[in-house]
Ligand binder design. Sequence first.
Ligand SMILES: [Mg+2]
Length: 452
Amino acid sequence: MNRKQQYLAKHGRVRQSATSYLSLILKAGGDKSSPNVCGTMSTKQDSLWPRTIAHADMDAFYAAVEQLDDPSLRGKPVLVGPRSNRGVVLTASYEARPYRVGSAMPMAKARRLCPEAAIVPPRFDRYQEVSRTVMDVFATFSPEVEALSLDEAFLDMTGSEQLFGEPKAIGRQLKRAVYEATGGLTATVGLSSTKYVAKVASAYGKPNGLTVVPPKQAKAWLAALSVRWLWGAGPKMQRRLHDLGLRTIGDVAKADPKFLYKELGKAGPHFHALAHAEDPRAVTGHQGGKSIGSEHTLSTDTADTAEIKRHLRRSAETIGRRLRKKGYFALGVGVKLKTADFQLLTRQRRLTEPTDVTEKIYSVGVELLKVFDHQGPFRLVGMAAHALVRSEEQTQLNLFGGSARQRRLEAAIDDLSERYGANIVHRGNDLARPSRARLAATLDFLDDDSVD
Ligand SMILES: [Mg+2]
């Protein structure tokens, strides 16, 4: 039995996607508490993902919040919007959608189409509150989250595979974490290597779905979809494309870009690039709010590299210990130096894999030290770990490969420090040449909005 057959035997129901050979979309059965899972079958060669981008979108958000808060609305058609006939529907629950009711439809029309629907006036304060919970969940998965609205965001998961596993596992954990944190709301997640394909993938999987489109298959996956899935193609543009004989994204991909430019102006090459699954835009979220730092103001300014390194090590030890204690991993490390004349200099580096290992943090610090062009003397030396992510699942030690032994050693040191005080364990290096400069002040910070 191959992998596909095994999956089918286990999960039963199958939905054949429009695009034939590559994307057998699998929908697992089950109630709302066990999310549907769609996934494209992928082969080994598809496992190369230049970037891993997730688009997560809450399902019928306002209506779902109303159903969550008022059990009598569950399983029933709900329209969130004004009770009067003058406004429009903001969100229709999925139970209302078979009646062809959707958001932005005039309320009067929606009531005609679905007379039994409960009309619920919006409670934006409550949606904002739930939105904060959802965005907080996203922030535990990636330091780069770009919120598009209250209930929808891109997450750059590049480099996070070590923590969360392959893209499908990332999607599953994301959905589960949202479900648990909100007490029962579902999100639909799409994953691919571009923002565009990730967003189409999540829209495609709605509701409560998970669609993974490996980058090598993205162009072929898009090809069968209608041109209405092109980002930026409104009804007018769709008609224009139809007039040109372009009905599917595949048609647009095959069209001559010069022809498209002549007929559609700038939108032509834009659609052509999207149809080829090309979208270089980065996830432009804020750089992770969470960081852990440790810095020392020296009683005597120093330009001595060996001494600066000793302070870096001390900072790295504090940071590593706190990362491990809090269950965080850092995707970024920075060094901070303050010159004798109070100039603040910083250098940062993004890591290729997340770490909570002191030695790794220290070695990146030493590398960063080389890229400062100021020679000192310095009055302050510090390090910070930023872009913190937390592993949802117990991280398997073997994921850390060569670092596993180092992690065990550091965990043992943590344990001793905890019991006998932070200074009980000194490294050979430190003992051989005790620091001449006494520390005047130490500032360790944990900027993650929680009580340490
Ligand atoms: Mg939504």
